[in-house]
Ligand binder design. Structure first.
Ligand SMILES: C[S@@+](CC[C@H](N)C(=O)[O-])C[C@H]1O[C@@H](n2cnc3c(N)ncnc32)[C@H](O)[C@@H]1O
Length: 405
């Protein structure tokens, strides 16, 4: 059987994993029937493989670059009963992984530890994105993590002053303390994959008239810190912003060609230096949209097929509702249910009916024409398979490994 290792971002391979491939086959067959207009084909009785679970809107940082800033600190959160029952409903329908993220800061949720233990007992793969300010809460459940689970710290800096300006933390917190705490968690359970997340901010990015703190020169230093503090990987991604009016995520466009060339050259040079720092200690990951930006292919990632197929395989559960895409979290256009939309079998049916409508009517080619889509490649891969003459039986299985989408 084909193996998935070393291809974390290859979503089309992830969808062919042994535990997932039947869902993919049923979805493709359903799409083909819809397009051949042979009556009303029955929507597959399968839920998402992976969900983003936004536990709370509360956050103790106020990062000037935060794409989700407008939905923070509303006082809303998901209650324990809703989460547990939603997860059970989803598991009855094929759920395999959960990413605790936001919106807000997941480690602030009052039931954080109980939830991690619950997800672990349920046998789900767990990912956590955190600002690192409450790592003692992660440390107290360190034994619950298994091989394949990950903890990713949104640090975006290598120097204290940049860390402070980029996150504006509430309370006494330093980069040094976060790195020390993270290293202890890794020490307590080496099965947990530890990640250093770095949103690259270059000179001249303005959000609401405020110029963000540049961090490009800190890329190599961040890799050194990641290596010294026993991180497994460091992931670089470009700073996104929500375009006014539409609220959809996009990449900041440079004012002119010359500026763009300077930015690309500077990031490329620093990433090159960083690769020397990494040696064989820490793995460097570059996001699909960073790769597109550095290779001047951002325009390609903005061209989506009419149908966004990814919405069938992963969704977002947030206090403000269920959304079919992380890039549209909190945006009405992407809402397919209320926050309890998976809480019972009945609610699940209703949310799936809304998802079916979204799959038939949401025009990603038009609605996502500014989104530098993370799922661009897999959406086109599925689209081309649907329109090909290939039988779904020709899809070959990949060994189970990583269910995060
Ligand atoms: C909004 S945070 C919420 C979860 C958690 N509080 C944290 O700090 O990771 C979720 C992710 O969004 C990323 N993010 C926030 N603003 C971004 C931006 N402008 N561009 C790219 N990624 C961004 C963060 O780096 C983080 O990895």
């Amino acid at each position: 059987m084909e193996q998935l290792k070393e291809r974390e971002h290859d979503f089309s391979a992830k969808l062919r994993q042994a535990s997932v491939i039947e869902s993919l086959k049923e979805y493709i067959s359903w799409q083909r029937k819809v397009r051949s207009s042979s009556g009303q084909p029955v929507f597959p009785r399968r839920g998402p493989i992976s969900v983003n679970l936004d536990l709370t809107t509360a956050c103790n940082f106020s990062c000037p670059h935060c794409v989700d800033s407008r939905m923070l600190n509303t006082g809303d959160y998901l209650d324990l009963d809703t989460i547990k029952r939603s997860i059970e409903t989803l598991q009855n329908n094929g759920l395999l992984s959960v990413i605790l993220i936001g919106g807000g800061e997941p480690t602030i949720h009052k039931n954080f530890e109980e939830l991690v233990r619950f997800l672990s007992r349920q046998g789900l793969q767990i990912g956590i994105a955190t600002n690192g300010s409450r790592l003692e809460r992660v440390a107290s459940v360190a034994d619950a993590f298994k091989e394949g689970d990950w903890l990713r710290l949104s640090l975006d800096a290598a120097r204290e002053s940049t860390f402070f300006k980029s996150h504006r933390p509430r309370g006494r917190i330093s980069l040094e303390k976060i790195l020390g705490d993270a290293s202890e968690i890794k020490n307590a359970n080496s099965a947990l994959s530890l990640g250093y997340s770095f949103v690259i901010v270059w000179k001249g990015i303005l959000i609401n008239g405020y110029e963000l703190c540049e961090n490009v020169q800190e890329i190599p230093e961040a890799v050194r810190l990641a290596r010294e503090n026993h991180f497994d990987y460091i992931s670089f991604k470009p700073c996104l912003l929500r375009l006014d009016g539409s609220l959809k995520e996009s990449i900041f466009s440079q004012p002119d060609e010359e500026h763009e060339t300077q930015v690309i050259d500077e990031i490329t040079r620093n990433l090159e230096k960083a690769r020397h720092e990494a040696s064989d200690g820490v793995k460097i990951l570059e996001s699909i949209n960073l790769d597109a930006m550095l290779n001047r292919k951002v325009h390609e990632l903005k061209v989506q097929p009419q149908v966004c197929h990814s919405q069938f395989f992963r969704t977002v559960i947030a206090p403000s509702g269920i959304f079919h895409c992380p890039a549209l979290r909190g945006v009405d256009l992407g809402r397919i249910g209320s926050e309890d939309g998976y809480k019972s079998a009945g609610n699940f049916e209703q949310t799936q009916a809304n998802l079916e409508r979204s799959l038939r009517n949401f025009d990603a080619a038009k609605e996502c024409d500014v989104v530098v889509c993370f799922y661009h490649h897999v959406n086109w891969w599925i689209e081309k398979f649907i329109t090909s003459r290939k039988s779904v039986r020709s899809l070959t299985k990949v060994e189970d490994d990583n269910f995060f989408l």
